[in-house]
Design a protein around this ligand. Structure first.
Ligand SMILES: [Zn+2]
Ligand SMILES: [Zn+2]
Length: 338
């Protein structure tokens, strides 16, 4: 019998039996602990949700007030006991509010990574490794081809494109939660202080980030009227939009749009080409291959379970390092953020 048989893979998600709760469940359950507010990890309909205060605020904003029976905010590092399990949250560095879920039971410590990254991100608390016996990790970019360049270099490319194209709107596809605000913060850190224009779908979460204390500087709605006045204003401007809007009628109103997309997937040239991306920006909110391996060693777990992503390559690489790995194959965690 495995040391970890108190964790059960069920259709709803991973069930922590001695604590009677699920981790990032995919279907409604009585009690859920949620790592972060991306919709592949956070689903509506649970009776009770435990998450960081920021994630609770984001969940309410995304799903509405009545989507959960009760939201129970648990600050990073605060310990609670559920049944026989001690539970606390550690920062995951992925998006605002994102957390690793730490479980302690009968002298064994298990950490559920959620999605995580190791690079600095001015919009959220940095990832903190927690030593554990079992590390349950994502592997979105679990192939050696995925090595993310420094985000600063990608931002420099974006600013150069803006300077070189004063007649064009530079439109960057970004996911609404996390990538959008990180891109703005990275531009600000690079000294870009002009207004940044936002597609309407990005406005509510940016406002909420500001409310939660993340400074984004001057941002304006990218409203493009038929009369073309705003159109002139958007020539030479940086405009952020959800990736779906890049193929939408909306973009045709912008002056000669230069299309960029910020995602770890932009490492794959074919993907950029398929989506008509002129300026691929390899900016990811996930660990890359080297960081996945380094983190597995750093947490010093004797066993690693992989929830989603490219588990074969990572399992193999871990086995070579003497770490037992297996795929948990929880279907349904699709990368939302790249
Ligand atoms: Zn995520
Ligand atoms: Zn995910």
């Amino acid at each position: 019998m495995s040391r970890f048989s108190w964790l059960e893979s069920r259709p709803q998600g991973l069930f922590v039996r001695p604590g009677d709760f699920f981790l990032d469940p995919l279907r409604p359950v009585p009690r859920a602990v949620i790592s972060h507010a991306h919709t592949d990890h956070a689903r509506p309909g649970h009776d009770e949700v435990i998450a960081t205060p920021e994630t609770c605020a984001l969940l309410e904003a995304r799903f509405g007030h009545g989507a959960f029976g009760r939201l129970r905010p648990l600050p990073l590092g605060a310990r609670i006991t559920l049944g026989e399990v001690r539970l606390w949250l550690a920062p995951a560095g992925h998006v605002l509010g994102s957390a690793q879920i730490v479980l302690e039971y009968q002298g064994t410590r298990v950490v559920w990574s959620g999605d995580f990254k190791r690079r600095p991100d001015p919009t959220c608390t940095a990832f903190a490794p927690v030593r554990c016996d079992l590390w349950i990790t994502e592997a979105t970019f679990g192939l050696p081809v995925f090595r993310h360049p420094p985000a600063e270099d990608e931002i420099a490319k974006l600013v150069r494109a803006q300077t070189d194209n004063p007649e064009r709107a530079i439109v960057v596809g970004v996911y609404a939660l996390g990538k959008c605000q990180r891109l703005i913060a990275l531009l600000r850190a690079a000294g870009y202080d002009r207004p940044i224009y936002l597609h309407g779908a990005l406005l509510p979460l940016c406002a909420l980030y500001e409310q939660l204390g993340v400074r984004l500087g001057p941002c304006l709605p990218a409203t493009v009227g038929e009369r073309g006045q705003a159109r002139r204003e958007l020539a030479g401007a940086i405009v952020l939009a959800p990736p779906s809007a890049l193929a939408d009628r909306w973009i045709r109103r912008l002056p000669d749009p230069l299309i960029a997309l910020a995602s770890g997937w932009m490492r794959v040239k074919q993907r950029a080409k398929q989506r008509g991306v002129e300026l691929p920006l390899v900016i990811s909110d996930h660990a890359d291959w080297d960081e996945l391996l380094a983190t597995c060693s750093e947490v010093a777990a004797e066993e690693v379970w992989i929830t989603h992503g490219r588990e074969e390559a990572l399992s193999y690489a871990l086995a070579q390092r003497g770490i037992a790995a297996r795929s948990l194959a929880l279907l349904g965690y699709e990368d939302e953020s790249g």
